[in-house]
Design a protein around this ligand. Structure first.
Ligand code: NAD
Length: 480
């Protein structure tokens, strides 16, 4: 075919460099061999899935110290946080999955309507096939491994792409995967947008993406081409509402912990606080006290306080710190990518701080007079990934839960709703679609195949033509 015979899109496309072309060929080959592997049926038996999940568990235990030092290298994550929010978190998910997988894989018996009797009905959980998992940098280990557990538990193959912004952790995970799994079954591909783009051009059977809302849109657009189903775990601004009458000491402690964990680089961190004006000063004072208890007088010296992932994010965050708004903190050091826990006040709804997800250790404190006002403001903005309400007033709790839409959240705590396998974790609206953790991960990565079983010994002729009037009468009596 001469170039003039190519479709117009191909003629207009810029020529591919040989490196991109070879990467594309490599990725196409990976997906093709994974599809063959999946079609062979090897990944389906329960014993195979259990064996692979056990192998993953042993590998994580073997690599634990390497994962921990990679996380330290990438953004100064403390050993405690590295275990509690990444390694231990994933091991816990593995334990839960291995324990329950035998019951999850069983077909689910459901009722059969009278008109279809005699018969029986089942929901059969079948793997989608070759899945793609794209992970962000902020919990680089957990956010890649947790969905992978779901994908493998459900009997799929997987191509995973860790984030390029945490190169040390990405390297260790890629090595761990390479030394644990047959590449026809699970492969990790490192790289940035260029690799993601080639990956998204392939036909996958399921795409699980965690990252920003902006890239989530791109992923969904690309998935639409092949009609590939997606889970999008995205971000947004998660409000934290403090009601009148709550004990401030414990409230402040729980907010400060959830906000400054991982230096605020947590998708479900409280993004901003809403507090009645008369409580603002006391709450800020209490938060200042907690920060000192947690990280000492100079958080820079604390081994438990993380760093910002890179200079771009450091510059983005520091450009938003206006000295006249700093109620606490504000110190920063680009060389170390250190930003002190920073509380900002006064802030109103039109402030630039309120435009986008902060994703760092900046905590604006806004004031409100009534919960009605809070509801109206939050309703007028994109639906948050998380929402937190500190309140002991049952009517107020009901009001917020019933009238505001958000991915998930807590009453009288922050962040921990994601640390349980019994709650689905995910967003709504621009904060995402779909959910995972525990059984929800298994269900996310499974197609629910509907199956009705009949017998062939006799037949009720009601549904077959011709349709004399008595048949319609009978149908009308049964179906109403
Ligand atoms: P990001 O969207 O920039 O990147 C996520 C992944 O997408 C990375 O692997 C990256 O290489 C890839 N990517 C980047 N550009 C791409 C493109 N044009 N096409 C295809 N792939 C592309 O997000 P991030 O900065 O790594 O993570 C921060 C965001 O993720 C925040 O918004 C945060 O709220 C969100 N997040 C959400 C959750 C959740 O569970 N809902 C968890 C963690 C982070």
């Amino acid at each position: 075919m001469s170039s003039s015979e190519l479709p117009i899109e191909a003629q207009l496309a810029p020529p591919k460099s040989s490196q991109t072309a070879s990467q594309q060929a490599e990725i196409e080959a990976i997906v093709a061999t994974q599809r063959q592997y999946f079609n062979s049926g090897k990944t389906r038996p329960l014993a195979f899935r259990q064996g692979q999940l056990q192998a993953l568990r042993s590998a994580i235990q073997r690599y634990e110290s390497q994962i921990q030092s990679a996380l330290k290298q990438d953004f100064g994550k403390s050993a405690f946080e590295a275990y509690a929010t990444e390694i231990g978190f994933v091991l816990d998910e593995l334990t839960h999955t291995l324990k329950h997988l035998p019951e999850w894989v069983e077909p689910e018996e459901v009722k059969t309507p009278l008109v279809h009797q005699p018969g029986s009905s089942q929901i059969v959980y079948e793997p989608f096939g070759v899945t793609l998992i794209i992970a962000p940098w902020n919990y680089p280990f957990q956010l890649l491994m947790d969905p992978l557990i779901g994908a493998l538990a459900a009997g799929n193959c997987a191509v995973v792409k860790p984030s390029e912004l945490t190169p040390a952790t990405s390297r260790v995970m890629t090595e761990l995967i390479k030394n644990t799994f047959d590449p026809h079954y699970v492969t990790s591909l490192e790289g940035g947008t260029e690799v993601s783009e080639v990956l998204l051009d392939q036909q996958f059977d399921y795409i699980f993406f965690t990252g920003s809302t902006r890239v989530g849109r791109i992923v969904m657009e690309k998935a639409a081409k092949h009609l590939t189903p997606v889970t999008l775990e995205l971000g947004g601004k998660s409000p934290c509402i403090v009601d009148r009458g709550v004990p401030l000491e414990i409230t402040a402690r729980r907010i400060v912990w959830g906000k400054f964990l991982n230096a605020g680089q947590t998708c479900v961190a409280p993004d901003y606080i809403l507090v009645p004006p008369e409580m603002k000063v006391d709450l800020i004072q209490e938060m200042a006290r907690c920060l000192q208890d947690f990280y000492g007088t100079d958080p820079r010296q604390s081994p438990d306080y993380a760093r910002i992932v890179n200079e771009n994010h450091f510059d983005r965050l520091t450009s938003m710190i206006r000295p006249e708004q700093v109620a606490l903190g504000g110190q920063h050091d680009r060389k170390e990518r250190y930003i002190a826990p920073t509380i900002l006040s006064p802030v109103d709804w039109d402030d630039p701080l309120m435009n986008e997800e902060l994703f760092g250790p900046l905590l604006p404190v806004l004031t409100y007079r009534s919960l009605e006002e809070v509801i109206e403001k939050i309703q007028s903005r994109p639906r948050p990934l998380a929402l937190y309400l500190f309140s002991e007033n049952k009517a107020h709790q009901q009001m917020i839960v019933n009238r505001l839409s958000f991915g998930g959240g807590c009453i009288n705590d922050t962040v921990i709703h994601l640390a349980t396998p019994y709650l689905p974790f995910g967003g709504v609206g621009t904060s995402g679609m779909g959910s995972y953790h525990g059984r929800f991960s298994f269900e996310t990565f499974s197609h629910r195949k509907a199956l009705m079983q009949r017998q062939l010994k006799f037949d009720v002729p009601l549904r077959y033509p011709p349709y004399p009037g008595w048949k319609e009468k009978v149908v009308r009596r049964i179906m109403k």
